[in-house]
Design a protein around this ligand. Sequence first.
Ligand SMILES: NC(=O)c1ccc[n+]([C@@H]2O[C@H](COP(=O)([O-])OP(=O)(O)OC[C@H]3O[C@@H](n4cnc5c(N)ncnc54)[C@H](O)[C@@H]3O)[C@@H](O)[C@H]2O)c1
Length: 257
Amino acid sequence: MPGRFTDRVAIITGGAGGLGLAIARALGDEGGAVAIWDTNAEAIEQGVLELTGAGLRTAGFSVDVRDRASVAQAAAQTVETLGIPTVLIAAAGGSLGTPRDIEDITEADLDLVIDVNIKGTYNCAAEVVPHMRDAGGGAIVTFSSIGGRSTSPVTGVPYAAAKAGILGLTRRLAREVGPDGIRVNAIAPGLFLTGRLQGMFDAMSDKDRNEVLDSIPLHRMPDLRECVDPVLFLAGPESSYITGAVLDVNGGRFMAG
Ligand SMILES: NC(=O)c1ccc[n+]([C@@H]2O[C@H](COP(=O)([O-])OP(=O)(O)OC[C@H]3O[C@@H](n4cnc5c(N)ncnc54)[C@H](O)[C@@H]3O)[C@@H](O)[C@H]2O)c1
């Protein structure tokens, strides 16, 4: 479906990361102008080079989503460079290299995971919503996880709390901004093997890998595109009457009641 995002400006936080950059590329391919917001300056540069090289309209901004002033500045620069954003994909997050087990998690680990995932999503939404109101509407996609929907054996308590918290944020925000024509939905991916995670998966024993596959009714690992397409669905016109929802994209590994 080419052109779903023609004349639209999309901000993708964590846009230089595995899923974020794949979403940026796909959104650009469908006509959108894409602002990549990330902390990783080198990866931003590479991502922007790749996308502009493919003829897409892109700009990159170094921003720490935990810092409201930095987010406000990036929002202003995005408007100036690309135009008024009507799509926000809030993908910056993760367990960010913090330990899994409670006895190993420091207060700094807890703050990092809660702040990047929850405060970061909040800060970006708070700065972008006024622009969407000016534009007469928009779509926000937040990033939960199967780790926030169920109990992941891989990630720990802070990640579970943050990703479950994002669902509350999503619903409450959807209620608040719905009258302005702004939709807010969450995506909850299962395990998607981005470059970083592929190495981890490959290094697992056959037994451990099979255990993962056996927990997935579709019994295969997904392609990144199988997360990108549902995100574009939530950001685009086909989901025009969907807001406050969570979309599980996990091959059936967790099924909501
Ligand atoms: N890959 C998966 O299997 C999976 C599964 C469930 C949920 N998710 C969620 O999807 C999102 C993207 O995951 P990914 O696999 O692409 O991770 P990734 O680590 O490849 O990308 C995350 C990006 O966020 C950026 N980032 C980190 N802290 C930031 C900050 N303070 N401000 C701005 N940017 C920051 C990083 O530099 C990185 O580029 C995350 O929210 C993650 O929790 C991923």
